[in-house]
Design a protein around this ligand. Structure first.
Ligand code: SF4
Length: 491
């Protein structure tokens, strides 16, 4: 599974914000490693810089110095709809009504083709759902009488027409905006930033709280599902979208299991602590006699520590991870994935030789990498391998901003737990229950999307319609020769 983007925005009177945006994006690198970009405004002109690659390879000191301004938005991308190309890197930008609009998106819309059809947009013009949203905003702005609130009014008009998952940050020349879909699938938080000039206060929006910490901002609150905030010199104004009334929140439960950084706070709970408790519940629900508990680095480690604590079985390190390989890497073929595991992990043979191991990981999706990792541990001398997974079986695809394979490629969709254990070559396999997972997170009242575990999608999704969305995204992205889009202000 791949994360699907990190977003960041900052409004800081009197401060040059390009460096802050770089720092914020750097801390959100785990959410997307294909491309990075930022849009910066000096109050009159928005400049967009974006490119393929990691934040540190897209931006250097010279580029940052060439981006004056005190408001900005930024993005790290992993593609879920549309190809991984420069064209699809974000922020996306349009000029309309004499102003610039830049937008960055974490999530995935589920009614993209209907929106495109309803608005007379032909295939070949737009390549991603984010591109479509900025086009809708530009169209709405273009119909308005000139005024300072045009982008706000355009967002109020356009957002209720969107279905699916979105956490947006957006900007014009003098304001930043943040918005979360009515279900709140993807996180977005607000922080306050002390600024030097005259005691004025700046604000930051970010996918995860570590991006606030790194720029010295203090967490205020999460943006509510179905809420839009407008931030300018007069402060923060909150607008509730009418479509959000009566909706239950559905934050992606995998933000806790895997996607978010361990030092992130979600629903007031630290992710690392939740992952440790997942391991404790796993040990209580699914005990086994063993000599050592180890985690699959990095996201399996906290749950392994929790399993060790609750079971009394000593914790040890059994795999070394190459730190210079990104958390995700593009390896579309099965063989390449297996080779990728060898590049990424190597066993600590003395630690595992002759031992009965409890190996804790966060999830199994296709199983290819897990199978290769199990083989590696066997070759390293492990006597027994008891695989424990700190989430329930992943049986259904995600349509809300996470790149998961088709259902036919999900191991748990077609195999029983015993069959999966045989396929992976482990001595035993067990998954944490959904109840155990929810108790470990410890957020009362639910509030999670669990569709990939239960098949209960918070937004009714019809398989064929969703496949059509995927086909549309593909066919659009393969017609890049016909795209005529003017990125005014981009360099
Ligand atoms: S389907 Fe799964 S991965 Fe997708 S948003 Fe829901 S919980 Fe998260």
């Amino acid at each position: 599974m791949k994360e699907a983007c990190g977003v960041f925005a900052v409004f800081a009177p009197g401060r040059a914000v390009a460096q802050l945006t770089f720092d914020g994006l750097y801390s959100l690198q785990h959410r997307g490693q294909e491309s990075a970009g930022m849009a910066v405004s000096d109050g009159e002109l928005i400049t967009v810089v974006k490119d393929m690659g990691l934040v540190s390879s897209v931006f250097d000191e010279r580029t940052i110095e060439c981006l004056p301004g005190n408001l900005a938005i930024g993005h790290t991308r992993y593609s879920t709809a549309g190809e991984s190309t420069w064209r699809n890197a974000q922020p996306v930008f349009r000029s309309a009504g004499g102003m610039g609009i830049a937008l960055a998106h974490n999530g995935n819309l589920t009614n993209t083709s209907d929106l495109a059809e309803d608005n007379g947009m032909l295939p070949g013009v737009l390549t991603t759902d984010s591109d479509l949203v900025v086009e809708l905003l530009a169209t709405a702005v273009g119909r308005m009488f000139p005024g300072s609130n045009m982008l706000k009014e355009a967002m109020v008009e356009v957002l209720p027409r969107l279905e699916g998952a979105y956490s947006f940050v957006a900007m014009d020349e003098s304001r930043i905006f943040g918005a979360r879909d009515p279900h709140g699938f993807r996180p977005l938080c607000l922080g306050v930033l002390p600024v030097d000039k005259g005691g004025e206060v700046g604000y930051v929006l970010a996918s995860e709280t570590p991006a606030l910490d790194v720029v010295g901002a203090r967490f205020i609150r999460e943006i509510e599902p179905g809420e839009m905030v407008v931030i300018d010199e007069s402060g923060v104004r909150s607008i509730r979208l009418p479509v959000a009334m009566g909706q239950e929140p559905h934050l992606c439960i995998f933000e806790f299991v895997y996607f978010a950084r361990p030092d992130s706070m979600l629903y007031g709970t630290e992710v690392h602590g939740a992952r440790r408790r997942m391991g404790e519940y796993l040990a209580a629900e699914l005990p086994v006699r063993a000599d050592m508990v180890m985690g699959v680095p990095d996201s399996g480690v906290p749950a392994a520590e929790g399993y060790s604590k609750a079971s009394g079985i000593p914790y040890g390190q059994g795999l070394v991870k190459n730190r210079y390989i990104g958390r995700t890497f593009i390896a579309p073929q099965q063989e390449a994935r297996v080779a990728g595991v060898r590049r990424k992990f190597n066993p600590l043979r003395e630690s595992i030789l002759g031992k009965r191991l409890v190996v804790v990981d966060d999830s199994i999706v296709r199983g290819t990498t897990t199978k290769a990792m199990v083989k590696m541990l066997r070759e390293g001398g492990a006597e027994e391998i008891h695989l424990r997974i700190s989430s329930p079986p992943f049986r259904w695809p995600c349509y809300f901003g996470i790149d998961t394979p088709d259902k036919s490629e999900l191991l748990a969709a077609s195999m029983s737990v015993d069959e999966i254990a045989d396929y992976l070559g482990v001595d035993s396999l067990a998954y944490l229950s959904l109840e155990g997972l929810q108790k470990a997170i410890g957020v009362p009242g639910g509030g999670f999307c669990t569709a990939c575990l239960t098949g209960e999608y918070p937004i009714p999704v019809e398989e064929t319609a969703l496949r059509r969305e995927a086909v549309l995204a593909h066919s659009i992205s393969s017609q890049r020769n016909t795209i005529v889009v003017d990125h005014v202000g981009s360099i």
